[in-house]
Ligand binder design. Structure first.
Ligand code: FAD
Length: 318
């Protein structure tokens, strides 16, 4: 079912959802299931599955020289979606990236998704590759998420990239896109970034999922400003519980987000990461309660591996 239909069906009730990351190549999918299983009691209508960018690795040839090879360390997004749908009988949503994929490859992924009965996809540009200073579009690929949304919208209207074929059955993907309550790091201003978000919605996006934030006021202001410029689609807040002390440095550095003073002080006062995890849980519970009281359609959690903290949070809310 489409995310937008889940929201309509919920009739104002806030729903629970979360995001998982595919296991590293060579690892067992059972580890992923072990983290999903404890969260199923909260009845998530969907689970998102991320896609990772390709990266370069250097293989020692043993003669003082290294081979530079390109690889994707966590492949299998669509396969994992299919296995989640099969095992749990809920929707699974693959993240599609512009970076690392030609438009043709994207079309084939969408064809696979259609045959598998996947109703939703999240359209993203992707970050820059680790060896690149900034995002460099892949040759033959989409440059911005708005272009990827347009490609999906075209397919929904029966328009393939190159083929002049008689289309008997149009695709009907529901499309999610990313939004940034604290602005995307590369955008020259908050308002410009909002206009780019509007371009994604105008191209056909049906809902927005936000980057993590720790100050609800930033989310509420973001939604207000988005509504002012005519973005009417649902805006789902993304919540990440702090889990280790080094998150105080990593999250602002990687995602260009602010952390509230009270959270920083509480984390800094912790003796170990067990205590930090508890602080993160309690903070996320308070944050989630306020968002739920405000009537957000979903509370969407970034689980990033172990799900015990998401379970502790969801137990207080769902
Ligand atoms: P875009 O919407 O294309 O925006 C990127 C930048 O370009 C912004 O600064 C925007 O303002 C600017 N821009 C947009 N259009 C134009 C234009 N026409 N002209 C000039 N500038 C423009 N990354 C992954 O690699 N895998 C994932 O699975 C993944 N999942 C994510 C899920 C969520 C909910 C979120 C919030 C992010 C996720 N990301 C993921 C990270 C995301 O790929 C990065 O934040 C990326 O840097 C931007 O992606 P975007 O889709 O927002 O890009």
């Amino acid at each position: 079912m489409k995310v937008t239909d889940h929201i309509k069906k919920a009739n104002g009730k806030t729903l629970f959802s979360f995001e998982v990351v595919p296991p590293q190549k060579g690892k067992n999918i059972q580890d992923l299931y072990n983290n999903i299983d404890p969260l199923m009691e909260f009845k998530p209508p969907f689970i998102d599955v991320t896609t990772s960018r390709e990266e370069f690795i250097y293989v020692d040839k043993g003669n003082g020289l290294f081979d530079k090879r390109i690889t994707r360390l966590r492949p299998g997004t669509v396969g994992i979606c299919a296995s989640i749908m099969h095992k749990y009988n809920i929707d699974a949503i693959p993240h599609l990236l512009c970076g690392g994929f030609t438009k043709e490859e994207t079309e084939y992924v969408l064809v696979d998704c259609h045959y598998l009965g996947i109703d939703n996809v999240v359209a993203l540009r992707g970050d820059s590759r680790k060896d690149e200073p900034y995002f460099i579009p892949t040759e033959g690929g989409n440059c911005y998420a708005s272009e990827l949304v347009q490609q999906i919208a075209d397919l929904n209207n029966g328009k393939y990239l190159h083929d002049e074929i008689e289309v008997e059955h149009n695709y009907d993907f529901c499309v999610g896109v990313a939004g940034y309550p604290e602005k995307h790091m590369e955008a020259p201003s908050f308002q410009t970034d909002l206009k780019r978000l509007k371009a994604k919605v105008d191209a056909g996006a049906d809902y927005v999922v936000t980057q993590m934030f720790f100050d609800n006021k930033k989310y509420f202001d973001f939604v207000d400003e988005a509504r002012k410029i005519g973005i009417t689609v649902p805006i789902i807040p993304g919540i990440k519980p702090i889990a280790v002390k080094r998150h105080l440095h990593i999250l602002p550095q990687v995602f260009k987000i602010d952390l509230p003073e009270e959270l920083i002080e509480a984390v800094e006062a912790c003796k170990d990461n067990v205590a930090v995890r508890q602080v993160g849980i309690e903070f996320a519970i308070q944050q989630s309660k306020e968002l739920k009281a405000a009537g957000v359609p979903f509370l969407h959690y970034y689980s990033m591996g172990k799900s015990d903290n998401i379970k502790a949070i969801a137990s207080e809310l769902f």
